[in-house]
Design a protein around this ligand. Structure first.
Ligand SMILES: *[C@@H]1O[C@H](CO)[C@@H](O)[C@H](O)[C@H]1NC(C)=O
Ligand SMILES: *[C@@H]1O[C@H](CO)[C@@H](O)[C@H](O)[C@H]1NC(C)=O
Ligand SMILES: *[C@@H]1O[C@H](CO)[C@@H](O)[C@H](O)[C@H]1NC(C)=O
Ligand SMILES: *[C@@H]1O[C@H](CO)[C@@H](O)[C@H](O)[C@H]1NC(C)=O
Ligand SMILES: *[C@@H]1O[C@H](CO)[C@@H](O)[C@H](O)[C@H]1NC(C)=O
Length: 392
């Protein structure tokens, strides 16, 4: 087909769609408008930082689209006062997450409206990521959506609200930026946790050493200039309708002790030791696994893993060993924002053909999280987010 013919065909197709939309009944036009993808950009409250400073704050009643809707995507990134994206080399987004809750209109009591599991305490977010937030797709494909704002599900006397936790580490002028990001206790000169309890012996790094208000070591002579940053988040949604198939959010944690104790207890973080045999075997893979019994039957719609620096990929396996979803980190290669060398700037995602990947109720699902053991890594994470449409 010549470019000229292509152009005519395109024009014809365009005119045809125009005629169809004019001929459509009013009600159809109405439905189409109702289901139009909407999008809104919000800013978190201001986060003030100094070279080496750590901010880990929870913000209540954050802005979120109102009404009974299906969330189709939720993306975020850190920006400065001018609205320009901030490099991970300067502000490391350790993690952020958004939790839905119901608040009593009178007593102000809060009920967490968590996800569908699988950790018993914590990990109750519907959305959350870390440094990979810029290049990880979060789109929920049609006909699926994450249902929120359904008044019928809000307890009487309560209203639905959202809270945000943002953990950001400022590494401008840091002696060892990656060490700050891995929360090495020696760089923070920390000996007690955020509640003043002494750290366990041999605890060398992790979230007990980089809590809100701690200070990572910076080079001598670095000027102490403050900077305000914001977490900018973009929510895309459609108004709720019967044609949308709701999906449940599950979060697997590789530190979950369920397989040993029968109870979901997530330890949240673990360490990767530097390999002592790697040189001889040329194998620098540290692999950790945990299994859980999946509580419901359904179709996998979307999934991705969350890992920290050093991560080399994670997979979810079914009881028969089949791969449910596999996700690999994308490491940056340069100095541009979104491509910061040595940082995880994205995670690959799974979008199985609808109905092609199923999990049975009670099926044992195993999460495997791999890290490179060329170096030691402290306070690492092995999480897997999975959206599942329940089958009746
Ligand atoms: C580290 O903390 C101790 C007290 O906990 C303090 O005496 C010392 O000055 C701190 N060192 C640095 C380099 O800040
Ligand atoms: C950050 O704050 C959240 C929410 O309060 C808390 O669960 C988490 O343990 C904190 N992390 C650190 C590293 O202090
Ligand atoms: C930088 O200044 C802030 C605000 O005055 C202060 O809280 C912080 O401790 C200072 N940081 C250093 C490394 O001195
Ligand atoms: C590499 O070593 C890890 C940990 O020792 C082990 O689990 C894994 O099977 C090894 N991989 C290969 C390809 O030999
Ligand atoms: C993790 O490492 C093991 C052992 O080397 C390998 O068999 C497996 O395929 C790896 N899994 C992922 C998700 O990379």
């Amino acid at each position: 087909m010549s470019p000229g013919t292509q152009g005519v065909m395109f024009l014809l197709a365009f005119m045809l769609s125009w005629v169809i939309s004019i001929c459509a009944h009013n009600s159809e036009v109405h439905v189409r408008l109702e289901n139009r993808l909407k999008s809104k950009v919000y800013l978190s409250p201001k986060i003030t930082q100094f070279p080496g400073s750590v901010s880990n704050k929870t913000y209540y009643d954050i802005k979120f689209p109102k009404g009974h809707i299906a969330v189709k995507s939720f993306n975020a990134e850190v920006v400065d006062e001018a609205g320009d994206p901030v490099s991970l080399q300067e502000t490391y987004v350790h993690h952020w997450f958004a939790v839905r809750y119901y608040q009593n209109k009178v007593s102000k009591d809060i009920i967490i409206a968590g996800n569908s599991g699988l950790c018993d305490h914590g990990r109750s977010q519907l959305f959350g990521m870390g440094s990979e937030t810029r290049k990880t797709s979060t789109y929920v494909p049609d006909p699926y959506g994450i249902e929120v704002g359904n008044l019928l599900k809000v307890p009487a006397g309560y209203e639905e609200k959202w809270m945000f936790n943002v953990h950001a580490i400022d590494t401008r002028g840091a002696v060892d930026a990656i060490g700050c990001n891995e929360c090495r206790c020696n760089l923070y000169n920390v000996t007690v946790d955020k509640d003043g309890r002494p750290l366990r012996p041999n605890y060398v790094g992790g979230l007990y050493c980089c809590y809100d208000g701690t200070q990572c070591k910076v080079k001598n002579g670095v000027r102490n200039v403050s900077r305000n940053v914001y977490l900018k988040y973009t929510v895309k949604w459609v108004d709720w309708s019967d044609s949308i198939v709701p999906v449940k959010v599950f979060i697997f944690d590789v530190t979950d002790t369920w397989q040993h104790t029968g109870i979901h207890k997530c330890l949240f973080e673990y360490d990767v030791k530097k390999s002592t045999t790697g040189v001889a075997t040329n194998n620098y893979t540290s692999s950790r696994r945990s299994s859980v019994s999946f509580p419901t039957a359904g179709d996998v719609v979307y999934g991705f893993a969350q890992q920290y620096i050093g991560g080399t990929g994670a997979s979810l396996y079914g009881e028969d060993g089949r791969v449910i979803c596999s996700s690999k980190p994308i490491y940056g290669k340069g100095n541009d924002v979104g491509d910061e060398a040595g940082y995880i700037v994205g995670m690959s995602t799974c979008y199985p053909k609808p109905g092609s990947v199923k999990i049975a109720k009670g099926e044992t699902v195993t999460l495997e999280s791999n890290y490179s053991s060329k170096k030691m890594h402290t306070g690492v994470l092995g999480l897997f987010y999975l959206l599942v449409a329940e089958s009746s």
